[in-house]
Write a protein of this length. Structure first.
Length: 416
């Protein structure tokens, strides 16, 4: 293979931008609702607010927020404080911004590990994390980086964490119990109150992964929907991860991680002084990170306010209700479990839904898939609402084809 080389002479800006736009021609049409995840949008005005704020801080580096860019530090502090209020955090709770859900989860694991080492007086402790099998792979990524073990426990028939089985998996080396609000696989919120009781009774750290639901569940509750408790209102919850760039509808990259008290949070930061330049202190795994992510989150919070987020929650959940009704009207199709928010998986006991996915892919859709059980999978925002009718018609047509002409085995790739 010939290695690509940098052009000897630069191109006009118009030509470069034209080529960029041309290269997007084969990308998924997410604005047409054909991507099952990756992009989250509330409305054009919210997106434009986030975009404008991001570019106001396009050049600034959030690594230097504490010394060079006090405005970035102030915005970050205000975003965290507003979020702590949403999550019913007690006095003394602390929080930090990060670049994404995986980073937030890794930070919580590292903080838990170091806190537990200090608490048990064992600096060599590796330990294990007990979690439902539906927990995000970021926990395994963190465990691999930190030489920990993740014990994934099969979920109950309703696809929620099996508290009894998880308790049985705990031993003297367990450092964390974790659950989701909701889990990415099935869109259900785990029985977090019961898990927290188990964790607290055994003196263990309880983490709630609310990367998906953290910035929509509070507002869905506010509009009167029955959403299980998931935050610091549950006694025993020690930390929470929540992504701003998902259903907070903020520009990427932006996430948050929170701790119940300062004693826990003091193990979060990286503080190093053993090099010629002096002290190096960061509260993220990343060093340099775009200040635009901080500015965008601050701007969207202030632009929407609680009432704006409640309006979005009303529209989103109304759309999700219609979507689920539409899927269930298609003969042989059913919803997997009872999703609490905007992740919906749907399957069939009669036909091969992966064959359905292949036909949907041929219509330009990027299929989201589950392996256990075999199902189609969508994590939807309001960008999907506009395309809902078309999607359901295409889904109906694909199901009809598979019912009439089944094939032995689908060959579609279920990799994310």
């Amino acid at each position: 293979m010939t290695r690509m080389t940098m052009p000897e002479f630069g191109k006009p800006s118009e030509a470069v931008l034209a080529e960029l736009r041309a290269r997007k021609a084969n990308d998924i049409d997410w604005e047409g609702g054909k991507a099952p995840l990756f992009v989250f949008k509330a409305s054009d005005d919210v997106s434009e607010m986030g975009r404008a704020a991001f570019f106001e801080y396009f050049f600034e580096n959030a690594l230097g927020a504490g010394r060079a860019f006090p405005s970035v530090k102030q915005m970050e502090t205000e975003v965290v404080e507003m979020a702590l209020g949403l999550f019913h955090a007690p006095t003394g709770a602390k929080g930090f911004m990060s670049t994404g859900g995986t980073e937030s989860i890794l930070e919580a694991i590292q903080t838990c590990r170091d806190f537990t080492r200090a608490k048990r007086g064992n600096k060599q402790l590796r330990g294990n994390i007990v979690a439902p099998e539906s927990i995000h792979p970021a926990f395994d990524k963190g465990a691999r980086l930190m030489d920990l073990e993740v014990r994934r426990i099969p979920v109950r028939a309703d696809f929620r964490a099996d508290v009894i089985a998880m308790e049985a998996a705990i031993d003297e080396n367990t450092i964390m119990v974790a659950g989701s609000a909701p889990c990415f696989c099935y869109g259900v919120i785990d029985p977090l109150t019961e898990l927290a009781v188990v964790a607290k009774s055994k003196g263990l750290w309880m983490h709630v992964d609310a990367c998906v639901g953290g910035y929509v569940a509070p507002f869905v509750k506010m509009i009167g929907r029955a959403i299980p408790d998931f935050d610091f209102s549950i006694e025993g919850v020690c930390s929470i991860s929540a992504d701003l760039h998902k259903f907070g509808f903020c520009p990427k990259p932006a996430s948050t991680v929170f701790y119940r008290d300062a004693d826990m949070a003091k193990f979060h930061a990286f503080d190093f002084n053993n090099w010629p330049n002096g002290r190096f202190y960061t509260t993220t795994i990343c060093g340099t990170r775009p200040a635009g992510g901080v500015a965008g989150a601050w701007a969207v919070f202030n632009y929407l306010g609680i009432e704006g987020y409640k309006r979005i929650a009303t529209e989103l959940m109304g759309f999700i209700d219609k979507f689920k009704e539409g899927v269930q009207k298609i003969p042989s199709m059913r919803i997997v479990g009872n999703p609490d928010l905007s992740i919906v998986a749907y399957t069939s006991d009669e036909i091969d839904v992966f064959r359905v996915a292949e036909l949907m892919q041929a219509q330009g859709y990027l299929p989201g898939l589950l392996q256990r059980p075999k199902a189609l999978h969508q994590m939807m925002s309001l960008v999907h609402a506009r395309a809902c009718g078309t999607y359901l018609k295409n889904l109906q047509a694909a199901v009809d084809v598979v019912r009439e002409a089944p094939r032995d085995k689908a060959v579609i790739d279920a990799t994310y």
